[in-house]
Design a protein around this ligand. Structure first.
Ligand SMILES: [Zn+2]
Length: 51
């Protein structure tokens, strides 16, 4: 199964495509949802899907 990372675009800090990322991403059905450094909701500003 492919693991997806949903990462806020143009965030203040670079994210790692890893569950170990500084933002403490949340796993949801094989998708790790990363948290924006500036507190935005990822779904409000668009996301980048990496694989
Ligand atoms: Zn992250």
């Amino acid at each position: 199964m492919k693991i997806w990372h949903v990462i806020p675009i143009e965030d203040l800090k670079e994210h790692e495509e890893s569950p170990e990322c500084w933002c403490n991403p949340t796993e949801t059905e094989a998708v790790w949802v990363h948290n924006a450094a500036d507190g935005r909701e990822a779904y409000e500003t668009g996301v980048r899907q990496l694989h």
